[in-house]
Design a protein around this ligand. Structure first.
Ligand SMILES: [Zn+2]
Ligand SMILES: [Zn+2]
Length: 369
C-alpha cells in the first residue's frame, strides 16, 4: 500500500503535543483522503491532549479531496469539503430515528472513551505504528484519512478558514437553538458565555426570529461582539456573582419579571451547570451546550416549575441538511463566519494558538495549511 508523508500535531495522551511526520495510506473503498486547508481549534482539542493515548489532534476542518475509495460517489478529487466529527452510519437505531449525531456505530458521544484498536486504525502511521485520530478525523494534519460520511461537499468560493469552523462550534451553537430547542419567533433567549459556541447561539436565535436576545458574559469586549452577532441586550457579570444569580435577576427584569423562554449555557464552567435554569421562566427551556460533565450539586428549586433541561450533542447535526443550510445563510449575509475567526496560525504555531484560546483572546483560532 502506498503511503503519503505529511506533518501533523500528535498529542501524547499526557497533556503534551508535538508536530511530527506521519504516513497516511491511500483511501480504502469507503474512505476519502483530504488535503487539509484549515482546522479550527476548540477546548475539546485541549482536553484531547490528556486522553491517555497518542492521537492525531483536531476535529474541525475543511480541505480539498485528494483521493477517494472505490465506493465513494458524493465527492471526487478536487472537491472542497467540510469535515464532520459525528459521522452518521444512517442505519443504526439512533440514525433511523433521525438522531444522526448520536450514531451508535461511530459513537461520537463516547469518542474520548475509545481505546486504540479500531478496525480502520492502520491508515495512519506515526513512527511506524498505527495512531488514533481525534474523533476519527485528525484535522491538525496536512492530510486526513476519513470515512466517506465524514465529508460534505461545499462551495469552493467559501474561504476555508471560515468554512472549517462550521463542523463544530458553529453547528453546536446554531443547531442547539434551531434544531434542539426549536426557538420560536418573538421569544426571549438568554445566552450564557459568548465565545465560539455562544456567539453561534446568539446568531441562531436572531435567525430563528427571537425578539429578545440577552448575552451574558464577564468580559465587556465579548458583549460588544455579541451585539454584532445579534444580541439585543447584554448583561456583564459582576466578579462576585459566581452562580450568576444576580445576572439572572437582571435578565428577569428584562423579560417582564418572569424569566426568558430559553437559556443556552456555553461557558464550560461546571459551577454553571444549573445556571441556565435560573434564567428561564416557568415552563421554559434550559440548554447546556458546553459539555459540562462533572458532578455538581444545586438547588432543585431552580427546576420549578415545569422547566425542561436539555443537553444536546452537536446541535442535533445532520450534515447533509444542516451544512448546506448554514452555508446558504452565510451567503445571504445572515450567518457570520468570517467574523468568528479572530486569528489564523501556521501549524508550527499551534502552541501559541492554544495559549490564545485558553486566555480567551479568540472567538475562534484557526490553523491554516
Ligand atoms: Zn448510526
Ligand atoms: Zn470542537
Amino acid at each position: 500500500m502506498a503511503y503519503f508523508k505529511t506533518r501533523a500535531a500528535i498529542g501524547d495522551g499526557d497533556g503534551k503535543f508535538s508536530i511530527e511526520e506521519i504516513e497516511v495510506a491511500e483511501p480504502k473503498a469507503d474512505e476519502v483522503l483530504v488535503e487539509m486547508k484549515a482546522a479550527g481549534l476548540c477546548h475539546t482539542d485541549w482536553s484531547s491532549l490528556s486522553w491517555k493515548r497518542p492521537l492525531v489532534l483536531g476535529h474541525e476542518g475543511a480541505g480539498v479531496v485528494k483521493a477517494v475509495g472505490a465506493s465513494i460517489r458524493h465527492v471526487a478529487p478536487g472537491d472542497s469539503v467540510l469535515l464532520n466529527w459525528a459521522i452518521p452510519c444512517y442505519g443504526c437505531f439512533q440514525c433511523l430515528r433521525g438522531n444522526h449525531s448520536l450514531c451508535e456505530v461511530s459513537r461520537p458521544a463516547t469518542a474520548f472513551e475509545r481505546t486504540a484498536g479500531q478496525a480502520h486504525l492502520e491508515g495512519i502511521l506515526h513512527r511506524g505504528q498505527p495512531v488514533d485520530r481525534s474523533f476519527n478525523l485528525g484535522t491538525l494534519s496536512g492530510l486526513a484519512l476519513v470515512r466517506g460520511a465524514a465529508v460534505t461537499p461545499i462551495d469552493r468560493n467559501i474561504p476555508m478558514s471560515s468554512a472549517c469552523i462550521v463542523g463544530c462550534g458553529v453547528m453546536t451553537g446554531y443547531g442547539s437553538v434551531v434544531n434542539t430547542a426549536r426557538v420560536q419567533p418573538g421569544t426571549s433567549v438568554v445566552v450564557l458565555g459568548v465565545g465560539g459556541v455562544g456567539l453561534n447561539a446568539v446568531q441562531g436565535a436572531r435567525i430563528a426570529g427571537a425578539s429578545q436576545i440577552i448575552a451574558v458574559a464577564r468580559k465587556a469586549h465579548r458583549l460588544e461582539t455579541a451585539k454584532q452577532f445579534g444580541a439585543t441586550h447584554t448583561i456583564q457579570v459582576q466578579p462576585h456573582d459566581e452562580e450568576l444569580l444576580q445576572a439572572a435577576a437582571e435578565a428577569r427584569a428584562l423579560t417582564g419579571g418572569r424569566g426568558a423562554d430559553y437559556c443556552f449555557e456555553s461557558t464550560g464552567n461546571p459551577k454553571l451547570g444549573a445556571a441556565p435554569l435560573a434564567f428561564v421562566r416557568n415552563g421554559g427551556m434550559a440548554v447546556q451546550m458546553s459539555g459540562i460533565e462533572q458532578r455538581i450539586s444545586f438547588d432543585m428549586q431552580l427546576f420549578e416549575w415545569d422547566k425542561v433541561y436539555i443537553n444536546p450533542l452537536y446541535g442535533k447535526c445532520t450534515p447533509g441538511i444542516d451544512f448546506p443550510r448554514i452555508f446558504d445563510l452565510y451567503r445571504q449575509g445572515k450567518l457570520l463566519l468570517d467574523d468568528l475567526v479572530t486569528r489564523t496560525y501556521p501549524l508550527d504555531s499551534l502552541g501559541q494558538a492554544f495559549d490564545d484560546m485558553l486566555q480567551g483572546k479568540n472567538c475562534k483560532g484557526v490553523v491554516v495549511f
